[in-house]
Each structure stands twice: as C-alpha cells, then as structure tokens.
Design a protein around this ligand. Structure first.
Ligand code: MG
Length: 311
C-alpha cells in the first residue's frame, strides 16, 4: 500500500496545497531591510514566475507606522498582473481601503486579534471595536466587488495572555464570515502552537467552515512550524501562508522570529507527496537575491542548507 511508503499521502489527505506567499508584506514589514517599490515589484514578479498564485503585495497603512510598506500603491499599479494570480493588499481601515481601490486592488485583507492584549498593542483598541471597524471595511469592499481575506492572530497563544480560548477564535471567525469575508487565515502569530493543538484547532475550524474557507498562518519561532503544518495538512487544511526566506516577525510581539519559510514549507509538502505548483529551486534563487542584493537576514532552513553549497 502506498500509505506504508511514507511519501504518499493517505487518500483522505489533500494532494494539492495552495500557498499564500506573504513575504512582500508580512515578511518585509517586520524586517530592517527596505525594498523600494520597484524592488518589491521585482520580488513579487519573481515569486509569481516561481509558480506562486497568491501573493500579499503590501499594506495600505500609514508609512509613519510601517515605513517598509510605503509606496504600496505604486507596487500595485506597477505590477504586471498575471491571469489567475491573486494579489492581496492589507487594509487596516476605511482610508486604506480607499487607497487600495484607487490603486486597483481586487483582493484585500483585514485583520483582528483573538487576544485582547495583542489587539490593543497592535491596533490600540479592543477586539469588539476592531470588529466594528472591520465590518465597515468589509461591507464597503464587498460593495466594490472585492474579495476579502480575514486574518485572526494569536489563535494558538498570546505572549501576554497565554492560552487563547479557541471557542472565542471560532466566534470571531463566524462574525467575519457573516460580514462576507471569503476565507480566514488563522494565525499562530508568535509561534506558540504545538502540533496536536494546531491539528485539533484546525479540525474544529474545518468542521465549522470547510477547507475552502480555512487557511493557516504559521510562525517558526520555536521551530515547530513545519511539524504544525504537516499535522494541519493531515487534518485537511489545504491553504497555508508562508514567507520567502522566513522573513517577518511581529513588531508588537517580542520573540516572534519569523513566518514559516516558503522554501521549508514547499519542501515539506513536496517531500510528503503533495503538489504546490511552486518550483523550490526558483524560490532558493529569490532568497539568495534577498540576501545578496538587499542584505536581508533570512531564517529559512532550506535556504541556509542551499547556501552551504548542498543544492
Ligand atoms: Mg506573520
């Protein structure tokens, strides 16, 4: 039987996994290196050439708060957009949505935390206040015909509050879906999740909302991102976020050392018999450029391995 060979997924597990590349936004916004809009366009286009079909291109937040994301409107306007590729832009508020619309965005993302303390530190308001803000943004975005993705952060633990009640996470998700959000990315923002916890949480989310509406956003803070990803995929998750080179922590959460590297996740998925449509060799070339041309400090293991001359 194929099951015993170890490289073929069981028939109940999905064979095709959708990767949402968040490096150009969630990655870069938390790194010291700055890429100008032209360089960010080049990065995004190379990722698409590598086979990425979903990419988060920037954030319409005021550059005073996140200078790395200055010129996201230029990025969105300057991209040579390819058929069949979704270019996501984060919109923190109504003004951000207006700017995204003006720049021609078709896919936008909104966010709320499942930890009251994290939400206050990140957004300076309560979760309920954030949900009301998001409700207005989603409603207006939907009226304009946009597709909206929701992020819920700290779902598997918060550095200030510790454990998060997953019932509360699911309640927030239900509210976002009721507004018209198309999918929700459940975020382990500071990498506190452990494999069986992630498997059980994602199983509940999948049971409640179905695989086409559930995504998982992992951080590799304590080295468990790949283990968590495998358990989640075995539980039926078919969409995972990842960041090229493992870029991106969280400026509001100490110890959030980076998103799971796209190279590491793609390697895991291919090594366990799944398809992503992404060419690992091309990703490694992009990581090398980020390091050599831009001085980025990258954390993905597969990148370090290939740099050491083994690839
Ligand atoms: Mg992240």
């Amino acid at each position: 039987m194929a099951d015993s060979e170890g490289t073929t997924p069981t028939t109940s597990t999905p064979n095709s996994i959708r990767i949402v590349e968040v490096g150009p936004r969630d990655g870069l916004q938390n790194e010291r290196v700055r890429l100008n809009p032209a360089e960010r366009i080049r990065l995004i286009e190379r990722l698409v050439d590598a086979g990425v079909r979903e990419v988060e291109v920037g954030s319409f937040v005021h550059p005073r708060w996140i200078p790395q994301m200055a010129g996201t409107d230029e990025v969105l306007r300057g991209l040579h957009r390819q058929e069949g590729v979704a270019y996501w832009a984060l919109v923190p508020n109504r003004r951000g949505l207006d700017n995204a619309l003006e720049a021609g965005a078709e896919h936008v993302a909104v966010f709320v935390s499942s930890s009251e303390t994290h939400n206050r530190r990140n957004l300076n308001r309560s979760i309920d206040e954030s949900i009301e803000n998001v409700r207005e943004v989603v409603s207006d975005a939907r009226q304009e015909g946009l597709t909206v993705r929701g992020y819920i952060s700290t779902v598997f633990g918060c550095p200030w509050e510790g454990d998060i009640d997953f019932d509360r996470v699911l309640d927030i998700a239900r509210e976002l879906f009721a507004m018209g959000v198309a999918e929700i990315s459940f975020g382990d923002t500071t990498g506190m999740g452990t494999p069986y916890q992630v498997r059980d949480g994602m199983t509940r989310a999948l049971d409640a909302f179905g695989p086409e509406r559930v995504a998982l956003h992992l951080h590799d803070t304590r080295g468990l991102a790949v283990a968590n990803a495998l358990l989640a995929v075995e539980a039926g998750v078919t969409t995972l976020d990842a960041s090229i080179g493992g870029m991106g922590g969280c400026p509001y959460a100490a110890g959030a050392s980076g998103n799971v590297g796209t190279e590491d996740l793609v390697h895991l998925l291919h090594a366990t018999g799944r398809n992503t449509g992404i060419r690992l060799e091309d990703l490694l070339g992009i990581s090398r450029s980020l390091e050599d041309e831009h001085g980025a400090t990258l954390r993905s293991r597969y990148h370090a391995y290939s740099r050491a001359g083994h690839s």
